[in-house]
Design a protein around this ligand. Structure first.
Ligand SMILES: NC(=O)c1ccc[n+]([C@@H]2O[C@H](COP(=O)([O-])OP(=O)(O)OC[C@H]3O[C@@H](n4cnc5c(N)ncnc54)[C@H](O)[C@@H]3O)[C@@H](O)[C@H]2O)c1
Length: 265
């Protein structure tokens, strides 16, 4: 069940792991010529080779590094600005270093990526850019003030870029995942009590797998989304819709990292 993106060239930042890796796989399965950009220490060339796609060491916090990557990739149709990181700290414990690091990677890095993508797409009057934002673009999840600020900030980039680039046939959208099983979240998925509490608020009763976010990214990048720009697509199992809680022990059981209705419910 691949989304058709054949004949298109796609760049995925942060594509060596997690959501980005799944997006690279989904776009490759849909027929795109995929370029994975990621930090050298994540060996994007080797990850890419194992998938039969291209990989380059690119640091999204450096415009020069991005420009070299885009020059190597050539004419690009799809750019997924996905590179990001997280670090938990209470508001009062959030040091200038934590704040600045998260802003640099998640917000400034995404801005530089969108700028570079736009520069390369403008002459051809077409393209699709997808940002990986978050439910935290809208929510004030505790212990994540710097992360939340970056993900809210992405909406400013999203709306402005969609407005300015629309006349050139370039669409800009964002996926807003809820909790996804990646190395950023292994702790929560492995902690049964924490997962029970977190997933209690999620109508579908569980966290997401990376492929479930990747399909939404591929959709927004594809021609099936030809009239969609400036949009945020929540991919959160209903978490935002059901914010007052869905599951309880009277009618449901929590096992294997997810809630399920009891047989007679
Ligand atoms: N995991 C979740 O629950 C979740 C939920 C919502 C949004 N997100 C967002 O999804 C995106 C991907 O996160 P993930 O969970 O797959 O994490 P991950 O750590 O598995 O992948 C992130 C990738 O970004 C790369 N990266 C970091 N800094 C970079 C830089 N300066 N230049 C280039 N690449 C860089 C990392 O090397 C890594 O490969 C992030 O933007 C994250 O904020 C994640």
């Amino acid at each position: 069940m691949a989304i058709d993106v054949s004949g298109l060239r796609a760049v995925v930042t942060g594509g060596a792991n997690g959501i980005g890796l799944a997006a690279a796989k989904a776009l490759a399965a849909g027929g795109a010529d995929v370029w994975i950009f990621d930090l050298a220490k994540e060996q994007p060339d080797q990850v890419a080779a194992s998938l039969g796609v291209h990989g380059l060491p690119v640091d999204v916090t450096s415009p020069a590094s991005l420009e070299t990557g885009f020059q190597r990739a050539g004419e690009v149709d799809i750019v997924v600005a996905n590179a990001g990181t997280a670090q938990e700290a209470e508001l009062l414990d959030t040091t200038p270093e934590i704040w600045e690091r998260l802003l640099r990677v998640n917000l400034t890095g995404a801005f530089f990526t969108v700028q570079a993508a736009a520069r390369h797409m403008l002459p051809r009057r077409r393209g699709a850019i997808v940002l990986t934002a978050s439910t935290n673009s809208f929510d004030g999840e505790a212990r994540l003030v710097a992360y939340n600020a970056t993900k809210s900030g992405l909406l400013g980039i999203l709306h402005t870029a969609a407005n300015e680039l629309g006349p050139y046939g370039i669409r800009v959208n964002a996926v807003c995942p809820g909790l996804v099983r990646t190395r950023l979240t292994t702790g929560l998925f492995a902690d049964d009590e924490a997962a029970r509490a977190y997933f209690r608020q999620i109508p579908l009763g569980r966290g997401a797998e990376t492929e479930e976010i990747a399909h939404a990214i591929a959709f927004l990048a594809s021609a099936y989304a030809s009239y969609i720009t400036g949009a945020t697509l929540l991919v959160d199992g209903g978490q935002t819709a059901g914010k007052y809680g869905t599951w309880n022990e009277q009618r449901a059981e929590f096992a294997d990292s997810r809630w399920r209705l009891k047989p007679n419910s």
